[in-house]
Design a protein around this ligand. Structure first.
Ligand code: NDP
Ligand SMILES: O=C1O[C@H](COP(=O)(O)O)[C@@H](O)[C@H](O)[C@H]1O
Length: 808
């Protein structure tokens, strides 16, 4: 826990916890500290144009070109708060500056304000630590980042001198009283002088700049010539496990809150586990705090590109008109981490990825993305709109969720652990480390548009992205260039939140030259190339906002209720039904089920995500799958066609499984322990087909599939004509499965099948392959390998039909 305090206009009590958690400072994740310490806040002499707090952010919104200094009203960006914002952790004022009283020439009214700010950070936790040890710990990650890197050593030294530590129990009034005593020793007194020539200005100054919202009670008619006041502001940052929030808040509020000045509390997530526990937490917090003292932090809201969402939408004419169901096909919100829980399993296992990432970070992004235009940039106006959009959403359905958990995987001689290998995780835990979900907003703007969320740990990369896929161009003149590949034919806007922040729009473009060839190119805003300034860390922004009393990026209690209302039913169902997650190898792209979920919702023409990577299509027409899909191209080689046919068969199996496989083959399903069957999951995880797989595929190739993900694996393998076993494998596995099933159900005689099997074969018969000989080769190979040759009637029904391209 941390207590920031400062005397004068910004006296902040801040406590971070010397714990294992990561506080991101300077763009890196660092240990999150439970500490309170002191940062001296500089007083910045500046010419300022004062505004009320309500307008404060309008000032900030003024464009500042990152590359070229803006000539526009620079004074508005130079408020002490802005400076404070730019310099909190990095630019510590010199002692001279601290002691100096700043003089602000307030417009023509000549109001003059003298401010001296003391800023101190105190760490508070149970662990024993001296101030020097704390400073040493902080110094390991502290850098001079935002400001001009001048006198860094000196600045950091000054900063560290303001860090202190006090050890105590979270539920001990006495320990908090001791903390209070120590804080007071550092707080001292301060003088706030307001010289003014105009009462109105003086009050605006006081309200808007000096004492933030605390001044609201001050009547503007008071003619103040000089105010000598001693204000103490304390900001408690509860970077501690949620089960001790209330103890800490109780003690802080009764034994260590500021007597004169504000006391605020930043609460870290998770805010409960579901609607009930969240409501209980809010109720308990409100015993000791008012809502406006509570700052529920969601650090994703402090990320630069998330903040930029509203700017992008509301200050660019080109985007806002497109921001609706009319033009947007789907929106994808993606979070992935390339590491597992690694030591945080104790916390994580009680929450799981849906609560850890989706219910808060991704949902908050969604709300900002989808909200209607707020009345103003005022925190309440923005939060009102967010609540409205959250309340227009349909609670998540189990059918629209896929959960996964990472399993151990060996790559390059290194073995990566399974989630359950973490010794802070209970054995046999079913907690999802991956989830994909489709959410819907039932309002006029977004009706029918899927918002696809995906979040996972131990995946192949670390990133956070918003991807907006637009609808196809109706009657596109250039259709011929794209065929039926919807992804190529339409635009996509990508907002890369991290790493390497960027915004880019995928467009179709003519490749320069005499011919007419189109390609996909990006209109690209790459932050590192465009802006020389480093991007502040989310926590830097949010801590500063809390100090300033800016609530825009913090979660209001009604927002929280609305968010939990969306996720609580499905979380309960997952837990009550003990849904087994799909297992995915550490470092992979996650469970296959997620691709099917996405395929179901991304758009009718886009049902075969695995085929997308190949950027080719075949002359196969599939009729009988829910959404009609067709792929056509003239240059496919035989084994690729075969592959398509095989995967399509797999889709049919999935499609029809629910009707009859579920009760005919419960053993198989149970053995695989999966709720949902998929061809890939069968290949990778079910014991029986794995035997076939093992006969045919070299171990190294098997491993490659698990570790690289299916699309790159296919691309690399299918592009090698030497790899003839692939051809066999793609044919054999489904046939083998089918054979096994036939045996299981009909005693090995497929001809005895009746209605259920017909249910697969009939639609399958409508799959057209354009190369008969390929199938015959495969059938012969599989007969050799499995000892079973499908009866000719079956072969015929599976439809080896030479079929010219039906689609140009
Ligand atoms: N780590 C992350 O990436 C993120 C964390 N959060 C949230 O931030 C908060 C802190 O996270 P993190 O630092 O990882 O948490 P930790 O589990 O590391 O806890 C922080 C500190 O709290 C004290 N503490 C831990 N467990 C207990 C306990 N059972 N009873 C009393 N005190 C305890 C410890 O200090 P001591 O023993 O010295 O008192 C510890 O150093 C949590 O609410 C977390 O959910 C939010 C987003 C991201
Ligand atoms: O809130 C959380 O976020 C982190 C990821 O944050 P990032 O800023 O590094 O992307 C995640 O690791 C953690 O599980 C979760 O609690």
């Amino acid at each position: 826990m941390a207590t920031l305090y400062s005397t004068t206009c910004r006296s902040i009590s801040y406590s971070l916890t010397p714990s294992s958690s990561s506080l991101s400072i300077n763009g890196q994740n660092h240990q999150r500290l439970n500490f309170s310490s002191c940062i001296a806040k500089r007083v910045l002499p500046a010419k300022v144009s004062f505004h009320s707090r309500r307008n404060f952010h309008l000032n900030v919104v003024l464009m500042q070109d990152g590359a070229v200094a803006t000539p526009v009203t620079p004074v508005e960006n130079e408020t002490p708060f802005k400076k404070l914002k730019d310099g909190l952790l990095s630019s510590v004022p010199s002692t001279k500056e601290i002691k100096e009283a700043a003089t602000f020439d307030v417009n023509k009214d000549e109001s003059t304000v003298s401010i001296t700010v003391h800023f101190t950070i105190f760490g508070y936790a149970r662990s024993k630590m001296t101030d020097a040890e704390l400073r040493n710990m902080v110094s390991k990650t502290l850098t001079c980042r935002i400001d001009k890197r001048e006198n860094c050593d000196e600045k950091m030294d000054q900063f560290l001198k303001r860090c202190f530590y006090h050890s105590g129990q979270y539920g001990s009034q006495q320990n908090f009283a001791e903390l209070d005593k120590k804080l007071k020793e550092h707080e001292g007194g301060f003088t706030l002088k307001i010289f003014y020539a105009n009462t109105r200005i003086a009050c605006i100054v006081a309200c808007g700049i000096i004492v933030g919202e605390m001044c609201l009670g001050i009547t503007c008619s008071i003619a103040v010539h000089e105010v000598r006041e001693f204000l103490i502001y304390r900001l408690f940052y509860l970077s501690i496990p949620p089960n001790i929030f209330i103890d800490a808040v109780k003690c802080a509020s009764s034994s260590a809150s500021s007597g004169i000045g504000w006391t605020r509390v930043i609460v870290e997530k998770p805010f409960g586990r579901d609607s009930d526990s969240s409501a209980a937490l809010t109720k308990a917090l409100k015993q000791y705090l008012d809502e406006d003292q509570i700052f529920r932090i969601d650090h994703y809201l402090g990320k630069e590109l998330v903040e930029n969402l509203s700017v992008l939408r509301f200050s660019n004419l080109i985007f806002e008109p497109l921001w609706s169901r009319q033009y947007i096909r789907n929106v994808q919100l993606i979070f992935s981490e390339d590491f597992g829980t690694e030591g945080r399993g104790g916390y994580f296992d009680n929450y799981g990825i849906i609560r850890d990432i989706m219910q808060n970070h991704l949902l908050q992004i969604l709300a900002l993305f989808a909200m209607e235009t707020p009345v103003s940039l005022d925190a309440e106006d923005i939060r009102n709109e967010k609540v409205k959009v959250l309340r227009s959403m349909r609670p998540l359905q189990l059918d629209d969720v896929v959960v996964g958990q990472y399993k151990s995987h060996t790559k390059g001689g290194v073995t990566y652990p399974a989630y359950t290998d973490d010794n802070t995780v209970p054995k046999g835990s079913l907690t999802p480390t991956f989830a994909a979900a489709a959410l819907f907003i039932d309002n006029a703007r977004w009706d029918g548009v899927p918002f696809l969320m995906k979040a996972g740990k131990a995946l192949h990369n670390k990133s956070a992205e918003i991807r907006v896929q637009f609808r196809h161009v109706p009657g596109n003149l250039y259709n011929r260039n794209f065929g039926t590949d919807l992804d190529r034919a339409t635009n996509e806007l990508v907002i890369r939140v991290q790493p390497d922040e960027a915004i880019y729009l995928k467009i179709n473009n003519k490749v320069p030259g005499l011919g007419m060839r189109l390609d996909r190119s990006n209109l690209h805003l790459h932050y590192a190339a465009r802006y020389s300034k480093e991007i502040p860390d989310a926590y830097e922004r949010l801590l500063l906002d809390a100090i300033e009393g800016e609530r825009r990026l913090f979660i209001r209690s009604d927002e929280l209720d609305a968010a939990w209302a969306l996720f609580t039913p499905v979380l309960k169902e997952l837990e009550e039904k003990k849904i087994i997650p799909e297992y995915y190898p550490y470092g992979s792209r996650g469970p296959v089920g997620a691709h099917y979920l996405a395929a179901r919702y991304k758009g009718a023409e886009n049902n075969f995500p695995y085929l997308r990577g190949l950027r080719k299509s075949s002359c196969i027409e599939l009729v009988g799958y829910k959404e009609h899909a067709s792929y056509c191209a003239s240059d496919l080689r035989g084994f690729e066609r075969l592959f398509y046919g095989t995967v399509l068969c797999g889709f049919l199996v999935i499609k029809w499984k629910r009707e009859f496989f579920a009760h005919l083959l419960p053993v198989q399903m149970q053995r695989c322990q999966f709720e949902m069957e998929s061809v890939l999951h069968v290949l990778r995880d079910c014991p029986l087909p794995q035997n076939v797989w093992n006969v045919i595929i070299k171990p190294s190739d098997r491993e490659a599939l698990s570790s690289t993900g299916f699309i790159p694996w296919l691309i690399s393998n299918l592009s090698s004509t030497a790899s003839i076993p692939w051809l066999i494998m793609f044919g054999v596995v489904p046939w083998f499965l089918w054979k096994w099933r036939s045996r299981g159900v009909f005693g090995g005689d497929a001809s005895l099948h009746s209605t259920p099997l017909n249910a697969i074969k009939n639609p399958a018969a409508r799959i057209h392959f354009s190369n008969e000989s390929v199938l015959n080769v495969v059938v012969a190979k599989q007969a050799a390998l499995t000892g079973w040759n499908p009866p000719s009637t079956v072969k015929a029904e599976f439809g080896v039909v030479v079929n010219p391209c039906m689609y140009p």
